[in-house]
Write a protein of this length. Sequence first.
Length: 380
Amino acid sequence: MLNLPHGKQGVLPDKYLHQAIDAGIITGGKFAMFHERVQPASIDLRLGERAFRIRSSFLPGADTVERKVKTLQMSTLDLRGEGTLLEAGVPYLVELKEHLRLPRGVRAKANPKSSTGRVDVFTRVITDGSYLFDEIADGYQGPLYLEVVPLSFGIRVREDLSLNQLRLSVGRVDLTDAEIRDEHTKESLLFRHGAPVPPDELPLMGGLFLSLDLSGVDGLVGYKARDDAPVLDLTLNGPVYPEPYWEPVPHGEHDRLLLGREKFYLLMSEEAVSIPPGLAAEMTAFDPTSGELRTHYAGFFDPGFGYSSSDEFRGAQAALEIRAHDVPFMIEHGQRVCKLTFERMLEEPEMLYGSGVGSSYQRQSVALGKQFVSPQSQRD
């Protein structure tokens, strides 16, 4: 099965994910599995051949997803060939190609890919017999399903498109605040204005907080999703121009921004983050007690994000996906809006996040996803 080192705990790196594919722990059923889907600490999941338009979101509880969805299914959509349109604001359930046969002691967790969150597509994985989204119990044997809800734009999707990622882990993986501070003293995890944040100034409370950058670059602080935008075709091979989909958000007076109610914004973190090879991280949803807004749908930060062993660069800003709920909400430069939790790796991965694995956001300075032509490219 998996030749895991005895007694070690952590997130499984690429080496063991390849083993998991070869051993049939991650299987495609009737579909072939491809090692190219493996990232440094995760594997990309693929949409299957069909999707269901459903009346509402749900959890199967003690039942199977297949039986439960029959009571909610409105229509069946074919994702083969050119794919199909998913309407904004409508929930869908998609069969994923991957199935799991997890050994006892090995559990899994899913999260949207960064590019999925940046186009305001809400997704979460559902498994049989579960009362939780995205959390997959150790020893789980069965299929995977993906709930997909496009929010700002209608989207076109097709079979084999990847919207989510999966991590495997064993034992205790989460770092305490004290352990995060210790790791930061060894290799800096957080930079501000190009310098490491002093260890006693790290904003820690159940993870490492990040704050907003509303100072602006070339007079802009980010982008807001346009109303009544055209369908966004996620099956295209190349990027499209962002203007039909995104409205630039200019720098505001006093470094403030008033978020419109239920409007979706792409902004950037003030700090730059570095994830060294021995760690992985996850962006967690914003604490609702701090304001009526939600930040971040995308979660995983693989080892190597913003990391340079030669000090060629010092971290990378994180893209922040933000929506104000219920009421308009005023945000300010430097306001803490999201949190990184850190996990230890079982071993360092053989490949790190970056150009070697086709990573899109290693030294990002603009929040737009890879589906769009970058502002810099348009200027050039």
